[in-house]
Design a protein around this ligand. Sequence first.
Ligand SMILES: NC(=O)c1ccc[n+]([C@@H]2O[C@H](COP(=O)([O-])OP(=O)(O)OC[C@H]3O[C@@H](n4cnc5c(N)ncnc54)[C@H](O)[C@@H]3O)[C@@H](O)[C@H]2O)c1
Length: 442
Amino acid sequence: MKRRDFLRSAAVTGAGVLILPRTRLFGADAPSNKLNIALLGTWGRGEAHFNAIASENVVALCDVNEEHLAFGAKRFPAAKTYVDWRKCLDQKDVNAVVCCTADHTHAFIANWAMNRDQHVYMEKPLANSVEEARVVRAKYLQKRAKLATQVGMQRHAHENFNRLRELVHDGAIGDLESACAWGNRRLPRPGYLPAQGEPPPHLHYDLWIGPSPFHPYNPGYFAGGPGMNCLSWNMYWDFGSGQVGDMGSHTMDLVWNVIDPDLPVSAEAKGDPYNADVTPVKLEAHFGLPANNWRRALPVAWYQGGAMPETPIKFIDLNQIDHGALFEGSRGSIVADFTNRVLFPSGRDADLTYYRPRAKDKLIPPLGDFQKQWINACKGSLKTSCDFDYGGTMIETLLLGLVAYRAGRKITYDGAAGRVTDPAEANAFLRRTYRPGWTLNG
Ligand SMILES: NC(=O)c1ccc[n+]([C@@H]2O[C@H](COP(=O)([O-])OP(=O)(O)OC[C@H]3O[C@@H](n4cnc5c(N)ncnc54)[C@H](O)[C@@H]3O)[C@@H](O)[C@H]2O)c1
């Protein structure tokens, strides 16, 4: 029941209600203050959300795997259960959605949920193509006055994110000249798996394929342990975007949080030879980001699978950092992972006299629990750290790297229009092909 409706019904029932203490009625735990959550994907990454959503009314569960659905139903026995997320989102009382399904359904579910005025927590990556990222972001911008969204980039809650932002903004490395992030996860695959056996009766395989072009069943797509099974399918173009969407979503966040970015005006990428089935293991993508009100135009890069930036300091081996970021400025550099950072002043002027660390009471306050931030936002401020504007711009940029990779040359991009201006043929790579009957905007 919405708070407004609750107040109305309280007025109708009259004096009986008035004897309850006000805090019990309107406090954080009052029934009227709880969200009615649908959890999509009830195993694997889904389980990581059980505790966070248990404080709310979990009213619906959806999983294409009925054994996984039963796993979720054990924890939330009062919820209605579904195998088709389209039906689940139509359950009338659902007002918030936590989604942990496979990547190729994320943009669909995000957009359909927002069309129903449901708040959304979407696991990363937010989208699987540039077009999907843009559709979801545009929908969010249209509805941001009433919806709270969060992309599951929960490492963002590490206080190191705040410290990096402060260091760069306060001038610890002078003027920011470039930034990049890298990841070393490597999952080489030869091509889509060959047909093997029949899907088990508890798995609705056709629904798992969902909007993507059909590929025959192979148990190898489902062979990973809980929370790791995404690694069994995310290298294939029709199911994911490889490390771009996987660790790229987490690691580029270190950079994104600092640079106050707008969409890039250019992208250029190279890596493994193109494979029509599988995304590249080795890749480096370079983006030209426009200037903003505090910094010049900025080269930003993403490296993965063995491609690495050059170290700015010979005695620092960046290869020792699995997933990291590097900021280079006129007076030094910062090297970071998710929880640590080191500052290297460099050059003759780098005596640090130009830099005053902030007083403790001026530090950016900790974000707190990342999932709770979204739950609280749904009930009040609507403000989150990784909303679909912030996360949407970031994944659009990263995915544009894959467009440039497929184009095989530098592309120029009109971020306002969402078009590659040169070469025009590269526009074909901005979108994915869907099976008949599936629409992003349902
Ligand atoms: N934020 C993080 O740190 C983090 C960590 C792991 C995974 N993830 C993300 O979470 C998502 C799930 O990853 P996973 O490893 O748990 O994968 P998974 O293959 O185990 O899928 C999770 C659950 O979703 C169900 N599912 C898949 N497609 C569905 C659909 N269309 N409708 C309903 N249910 C569906 C599966 O049956 C499974 O029970 C991925 O997008 C992944 O990128 C994020």
